[in-house]
Design a protein around this ligand. Structure first.
Ligand code: GLU
Length: 446
């Protein structure tokens, strides 16, 4: 009965949002896990909470016009989807990447809503971005783009309304330019309007490391429930941005050997273990391709165009982008004896891959729980801004560690509560949804 109702809701949501496969994928995954909750809480269906959380509060699309270094006029599209504000101001990153479209931003905003709920820090869900490609652009071009982007975004955001941050293609440099333009336009030093700021002007120490660290904290708890530790395990990590870099750092600190990282051009296999200093030099300082790492590191090889999942590992952390781990990748991981997959990126595993991992008994840390450390630390940055304080690195990372432990335990106990022990995907979806849904019920028909 509930199953049929959910099927009908899903059909209507898909029909209402044509041509948005990533959004369909994200809602399908969540709706498929809600049945046991809805059987116990029929008021969610009566009050149409499922339909309501699938429809963003507001979607803003705008033109961004700027001039490149040659004086040519460039036209991009800007987006901000304010998905759900039941638990707090909209909160979520901005992604600058040529693949960005409304369906991708909607999937990210939907995921963000439940992820933010799991942090327990009173944040709603939102996401934004642009099809602007920062790759190959000068600092001056990135600055002019950010200024043009903020010139429109300014009217939609605010410390109590919507608080953007970074995502793919948006890091400290971009947040700086965005903040500078916001300040110029509003004549207000609203530190709390953006997170991921520089540590000298309102940013939180530890925010840069937070998503990668958080994913590894989550992995440690997941292993601990299975009476294992990271010490001596072999890990593969995809990506080489912020999330991947600090996942590598924490994995190595906790005794694992990370034998792979990647970018969109291919993967590096480094059997001796990734040299973190070299990785940071190549990616953070030089903004170069990952092949440059292999060129400078003896004993490592560059696998052009390949993802890292065929390289044998005990634990795998997809930390690059959506749908980067598919069924054939899952088969390779299973065949090589991988015991855990923990998602550092948003929706990196396809539905088919997740099902294969489940059948094979591979422990799975779903993105909205495992990568919540980034936005959780944004929440801690907002706390520091509101109280005009700056905590030490250890204070912030200590709070992050507690939050990741709590998120893991919530997923685990919720899975137990609904008779599906070990199913952290179901646990994360139900725990996040329940919190948002209860707040929406309390707020009435709005
Ligand atoms: N983009 C990150 C995420 O996917 C962080 C968002 C934030 O800090 O607001 O959760």
């Amino acid at each position: 009965m509930v199953d049929d109702l959910l099927g009908n809701i899903l059909e209507r949501v898909v029909a209402r949002n044509p041509g948005e496969p990533e959004f369909h994928q994200a809602i399908t995954e969540v709706l498929h896990t809600l049945q046991p909750l809805l059987e116990r809480r029929p008021e969610y269906l009566d009050q149409r909470i499922v339909e309501r959380v699938c429809e963003p509060d507001r979607q803003v699309l705008f033109r961004v016009v700027w001039q490149d270094d040659a004086g040519r006029v460039q036209v991009n599209r800007g987006l901000r989807v304010q998905f759900n504000s039941a638990l707090g101001p909209y909160k979520g990153g901005l992604r600058f990447h040529p693949s960005v479209n409304l369906g991708i931003i909607k999937f990210l905003g939907f995921e963000q809503t439940f992820k933010n709920a799991l942090t327990g820090l009173g944040m709603g869900g939102g996401k934004g971005g642009s099809d602007f490609d920062p790759k190959g652009r000068s600092d001056a071009e990135v600055m002019r783009f950010c200024q043009a982007f903020m010139t429109e975004l300014v009217r939609h955001i605010g410390p109590h309304t919507d608080v953007p941050a970074g995502d793919i293609g948006v890091g400290g440099r971009e947040i700086g330019y965005l903040f500078g333009q916001y300040k110029r336009l509003t004549n207000a030093y609203d530190s709390g309007v953006l997170t991921g700021k520089g540590v000298g002007w309102g940013g939180a120490l530890g925010r840069t490391e937070a998503t990668g660290f958080g994913a590894v904290f989550f992995l440690s708890h997941l292993l601990a429930s299975r009476k294992r530790t990271l010490d001596g395990l072999t890990a593969t990590v995809s990506g080489s941005g912020n999330v991947a870099t600090y996942a590598v750092a924490k994995l190595e600190e906790l005794g694992a050997r990370v034998v792979a990282v990647s970018d969109s051009s291919g993967s590096v296999h480094d059997p001796a273990g990734i040299d973190l200093a070299l990785l940071r030099q190549v990616k953070e300082v030089e903004r170069a391709r990952i092949s440059e790492y292999a060129a400078r590191r003896s004993g490592s090889t560059f696998l052009r165009g390949a993802r890292p999942w065929a390289i044998p590992c005990d634990v795998a952390l997809p930390c690059a982008t959506q749908n980067e781990l598919d069924e054939s990748d899952a088969r390779s991981l299973i065949a090589n004896g991988c015991i855990a997959v923990v998602e550092g990126a948003n929706m990196p595993s396809t539905a088919g891959a997740i099902e294969l991992l489940r059948q094979a008994g591979v422990a799975f840390g779903p993105a909205k729980a495992a990568n919540a450390g980034g936005v959780a630390t944004s929440g801690l940055e907002m706390q520091q801004n509101a109280s005009r304080q700056q905590w030490t690195f250890d204070q912030t990372v200590g709070r992050l560690a507690e939050i990741m432990q709590r998120i893991h335990d919530t997923c685990e106990t919720t899975a137990d509560e609904f008779g599906r022990p070990g199913d952290l995907l179901l646990g994360a979806n139900i725990a996040g949804f329940r919190q948002v849904a209860d707040a929406m019920l309390a707020h009435g028909v709005v």
